[in-house]
Design a protein around this ligand. Structure first.
Ligand SMILES: C[S@@+](CC[C@H](N)C(=O)[O-])C[C@H]1O[C@@H](n2cnc3c(N)ncnc32)[C@H](O)[C@@H]1O
Length: 388
């Protein structure tokens, strides 16, 4: 078997990670996916009639691709709602579905917004436990409206990412919960729906950002959803100001804090907010509509700066991510810097804040030919590069 071929009980699935990188040795599934697939295979009459399934945080699509293949093999019919926060994950699932054949007669698949609660009852809810347990709990609580006593609720997780607190939280939000024995360092999680529970959901949360005098709202999977990041704080203290009619991008915007600050300091600027997290873009939109009601703003749920025109931007502000979904990676930051160079007008500036050990200074100098240290703390640096 190659690194991209997953052997399932009903045949091989070809699965790639996204974004595709040369010499990427990581696989697009893990042992928890394998356990879930084997479990689903062993369910008698899974496709007895038309079944409605919600698949949550299926990172590269192993579960979704398996369910579609199983429906075809077993002559069943399945409608799958796929819920994921990440646009990159959505791209991966779509591409892996396409790579494993198309059959619309047995299976309909749609992507559903994770800030909304679907209005149907599911027969099966399958999930991969996300790293952010607050996000998991938020979605599980909202999905109660789509569960009944007969909903089959099963999740998969690597043991190292499955603390006992997740199980007790499931007991309180969904109902009685048990786990399988561990296999290949993964476990399955089973919950029975208890309709009499009344869990309270704290999301979206709000907190006040004294530095810019506004309160920001945060969906459960937004970076810094409970307090301001210390790197962001350093950038807010040295933000560029101008009365010119600039176009400013808050790249990797999270809740939009950097863009809101830029709008305050640049009263004639138009703002663009970009993030690949659906909950980030939704939060930024709510915050901007409340804090900047009269300003011209655009929101892009996008990978880095995809969709922003070349040579169209005066200023890009960014606190880059140093991981893509669960995997630690410097590639995303590098991609953001390269795309910033393309989108900036001549004379336009990229300002970034980052952990000093990441060496962004060297990368920016290589790309832009210049990188000026604007400010630093013991942990973070703010660097500015100008497009010549
Ligand atoms: C360090 S956080 C910064 C958030 C916000 N600007 C702040 O300072 O609080 C990085 C952000 O990058 C986003 N992100 C990760 N990968 C991305 C990608 N490929 N394209 C766009 N945004 C991405 C994450 O969703 C996250 O919101």
């Amino acid at each position: 078997m190659s690194e991209t071929e997953l052997q399932t009980p009903i045949g091989v699935l070809s699965l790639k990670r996204f974004p595709i990188r040369a010499a990427d040795r990581l696989r697009a599934w893990d042992a928890a996916d394998e356990l879930l697939i084997n479990h689903l295979y062993q369910q008698p009459n899974l496709f007895g009639g038309k079944i409605r399934v919600l698949v949550f945080e299926d990172q590269f699509g192993a579960i979704t691709c398996y369910l579609r293949k199983a429906a075809i093999e077993q002559g069943g019919s399945v409608s799958i709602d796929v819920m994921t926060d990440s646009l990159v994950s959505q791209h991966a699932i779509r591409q892996n579905l396409a790579d494993n054949g198309v059959d619309d007669t047995h299976c309909t698949i749609q992507f559903v917004d994770n800030t909304l609660t679907p209005t149907k009852a599911y027969d099966l809810v399958v999930y991969k436990l996300p790293r952010n347990h607050g996000y998991f709990s938020d979605v599980m609580q909202r999905l109660r409206d789509c569960m009944t006593q007969s909903t089959n609720i099963v999740g998969g997780a690597m043991v190292k990412y499955l603390p006992k607190t997740v199980l007790s939280s499931l007991e309180n939000t969904v109902g009685p919960t048990t786990t399988s024995l561990a296999a290949k360092k993964a476990r399955l999680i089973f919950s029975d729906f208890n309709s009499s529970l009344k869990p309270a959901n704290p999301y979206p949360t709000t907190y006040n950002i004294e530095e810019i005098g506004v309160e920001l709202s945060n969906h459960s999977n937004v970076f810094s959803r409970d307090s301001l990041d210390i790197g962001t704080r350093l950038l807010l203290a040295v933000m560029p100001e101008s009365d010119d009619p600039l176009t400013i991008v808050d790249l990797a915007c999270g809740n939009g804090v950097i863009g809101v600050s830029a709008a305050q300091l640049n009263p004639n600027a138009d703002l663009i907010f970009c993030d690949e997290s659906n909950m980030a873009v939704a939060s930024a939109r709510v915050n901007v509509e409340r804090c900047l009601p009269m300003r011209k703003t655009e929101f892009y749920h996008t990978d880095c700066l995809a969709g922003v025109a070349p040579n169209s931007v005066d200023l890009v502000l960014c606190n880059p991510p140093f991981h893509q979904q669960n995997a630690v990676s410097e590639h995303v930051g590098w991609q953001m810097f390269k795309e910033s160079l393309q989108c900036l007008k001549s004379g336009g500036e990229l300002w970034i804040v980052g952990n000093r050990h990441l060496g962004y200074h060297i990368k920016l100098k290589k790309l832009f030919g210049n990188a000026t240290l604007v400010d630093s703390s013991n942990k973070f640096v703010v660097i500015k590069s100008v497009k010549r």
